[in-house]
Design a protein around this ligand. Structure first.
Ligand SMILES: [Zn+2]
Length: 478
């Protein structure tokens, strides 16, 4: 049962797990057995009803008994779903109706307000076949006639949230943590032609981007327009004061450190903004200088290593908020982020985000919390900073003209080696796409071909377990 609904379900309709025997039965999948499942559940429902007491309103509301597997109390309908009894308020069931009268077929917009639903609403007819629930209403919303039938399928009761965080496109989605060696083996390259025109190749690229946070496009036509084309295949460009797309070239007296030819340490972009971009693209147009290699590190892997070494340091990283700023005459931005954002799932803290960008850090001297806990914060930050620079974590490559890297800005830290502009040129064109847009593309890709989406996995070569091994998909899922 979803956490959203659980608080609504009070006694006597609180979730009551079935005996293990029945619960186990529900995992078996032969279709014959599934069809009989509701029957198996009903005695359990009756048993619970008997035990905790219940006033049946079916006769009063419908003039007949409720269908098998359903109970009507004063303000809730109870149902057996997956071996649990769940209670749903009539008002909230009515609110969940997605029929054509309630939700516009074309715009998909809802045609009523939650507050239009009367507290007196109740069923005047209910049908339930174990798969689909149908309700006709008394005291329905004004303007909804007697023909209105609300229909709910099983999915309605299984996941009611729009973007379930644990789904494969949510923020708690499965991730594949990597280190240098692993990325050398599993890096995914797709040709520009396939990325743009082959649905399956694009879907595979998106799936691997969602898992590893980084993919590469190659054989890109030699044009400054291309980075926009590649970006908008995933979603609309994110505009910033750098423009909808931007260039990284060596220019004298640049205001931003990314525009010089000295080396640039590991960072994430635009952390001084309230909503830093979710994904970044860098398309190489020229790279004939000595040096200028791009470096990438999986910050989730690094933070997982911090946790392995010192759970206290892991905790400290989630408490330490660093300040970021962009402070020039024309633009002034500042913001503060915890180095690590986690969410507790099944008693384990999952890494949701890492925020780290030393080149854009602002003073923290006015922060009392940081003064109070400096010793532990400093230790944790130093541990993280040294881990991300470890040779065995840093994946390095020199982008060639016609190649583009796409990476998750708030997971994959990027850096650049210094380069010599005296003999050669270096020119990258960049763009950002917001996380929301890319997650939507993940979902549409998955919906178009769920089989292929789920079948697409990172295929790591077999190797011996290393320190704090977290790269295998099944134990590195965050
Ligand atoms: Zn409706």
């Amino acid at each position: 049962m979803s956490r959203v609904l659980r608080p609504l379900v009070r006694l006597p309709w609180r979730s009551i797990p079935l005996r293990p025997f029945l619960a186990r039965r529900s995992y078996s999948t032969p279709s014959m057995e599934q069809a009989q499942e509701p029957k198996t559940d009903y005695p359990a429902l009756d048993k619970v009803v008997k035990k905790i007491g219940y006033t049946d309103y079916a006769q009063e509301y419908m003039g007949k008994p409720a269908p098998a597997g359903v109970r009507l109390s004063k303000s809730k309908l109870a149902l057996m779903i997956d071996g649990e009894i769940k209670g749903y308020r009539y008002m909230l069931l009515r609110d969940a109706c997605k029929c054509n009268l309630c939700v516009d077929e074309h715009s998909k917009q809802r045609k009523f307000r939650t507050t239009d639903i009367s507290p007196l609403i109740r069923p005047r007819d209910v049908k339930w076949d174990g798969k689909e629930l149908q309700i006709k209403w008394s005291s329905d919303i004004e303007g909804w006639g007697p023909d209105h039938v609300s229909k709910y399928n099983e999915a309605t009761f299984k996941e009611s949230r729009a973007n379930p965080p644990k789904s494969d496109t949510g923020k708690l989605r499965r991730r594949f943590f990597w280190d240098k060696k692993m990325m050398e083996d599993i890096q995914h390259w797709v040709s520009y032609e396939d990325y743009m025109n082959d649905e399956k190749a694009f879907m595979k690229a998106m799936r691997l981007l969602s898992l590893t946070g980084i993919i590469f496009v190659k054989d890109i036509p030699d044009s400054r327009e291309m980075v926009e084309k590649i970006a908008t295949r995933m979603g609309p460009l994110r505009n910033t004061f750098y423009g909808p797309t931007w260039d990284v070239r060596s220019v004298p007296q640049a205001k931003n450190v990314a525009y010089t030819n000295v080396s640039l340490g590991f960072h994430m972009d635009l952390m001084y903004m309230n909503e830093p971009p979710g994904f970044q693209l860098l398309h190489c147009l020229e790279n004939s200088c000595d040096g200028g290699e791009s470096l990438f590190v999986d910050s989730f892997r690094a933070v997982d290593l911090v946790r392995y070494r010192s759970p206290e340091a892991f905790e400290a990283l989630s408490k330490l908020h660093l300040n970021y700023e962009y402070n020039h005459k024309e633009h002034v931005y500042n913001n503060s982020w915890p180095v690590l954002e986690t969410e507790s799932v099944d008693s384990k803290k999952r890494i949701v985000r890492v925020n780290y960008s030393p080149p854009f850090q602002a003073p923290m001297v006015l922060d009392d919390d940081i003064h109070a806990h400096w010793t532990e914060y400093r230790r944790a930050l130093a541990m993280f900073a040294s881990i991300i620079e470890r040779d065995n974590l840093v994946f390095q490559l020199k982008l060639n003209p016609g190649e583009c890297v796409i990476f998750e800005n708030r997971r994959v830290l990027h850096a650049r080696n210094k380069f010599n502009t005296e003999q050669g040129k270096r020119w990258l064109a960049g763009a950002y796409v917001d996380e929301d847009a890319v997650l939507s593309t993940f979902r549409t890709s998955r919906n178009a071909n769920a089989n292929l989406w789920h079948r697409t996995r990172v295929q790591p070569p077999l190797k011996a377990a290393a320190e704090g091994q977290a790269t295998a998909e099944d134990n590195g899922t965050e």
